[in-house]
Structure formats: C-alpha cells, structure tokens
Design a protein. Structure first.
Length: 90
C-alpha cells in the first residue's frame, strides 16, 4: 500500500475538524426538537464520527471531506422535516 501525499492527510484532518464542529448544531437541536429526536441526531453524528475515524485509519483521508456537509444536511433535513411535518417549534 502506497503512502498518501501529505496534502491529502491535511485535507482529511481538516474535514474531520469540520465534522467535529457540526456537534454544536446537533447539541443545540434541543431548542427546536424534542429530546428523543436530539438523542437520535447525536447517535447519527456519532456514527459519522466513527466512520470518519475509520476512513482516516484505512488511509482514505479524502473520503472524510464530504462528511461535514453530509452531517449538516442530515441535521438541517431532520429539523426542517420535524418542523414541517411534526410541528416542532422553537
């Protein structure tokens, strides 16, 4: 297995840092969503973090880059859907 260039690792770790930064959105979801939904969202976030760690360990750092966007879209979709169809209000 060949070593990845240093810039791929830098981008992978920046993607991981951005994924960690999305935790603030997930944690603040309690202002709009019920507790069960926040717990479920935090489980989803944790699965994304574990997946990102596995990708970094398996030497696929560039695959971590889209994960913060995916995390944000999941969060936004869940809260928007809950507000629209389940009547969640802030």
């Amino acid at each position: 297995m060949s070593a990845r260039p240093w810039w791929q690792w830098v981008l992978g770790w920046l993607g991981f840092a951005a994924l960690l930064a999305t935790l603030i959105f997930y944690a603040a979801s309690g202002l709009l969503a019920p507790a069960w939904a926040v717990a479920l969202l935090l489980v989803v976030w944790l699965v994304l973090v574990v997946t990102a760690v596995q990708l970094l360990r398996r030497r696929r750092p560039l695959w971590v880059l889209p994960m913060p966007l995916a995390a944000w879209l999941i969060w936004w979709g869940a809260l928007s859907g809950g507000e629209t169809w389940l009547g969640w209000t802030g």
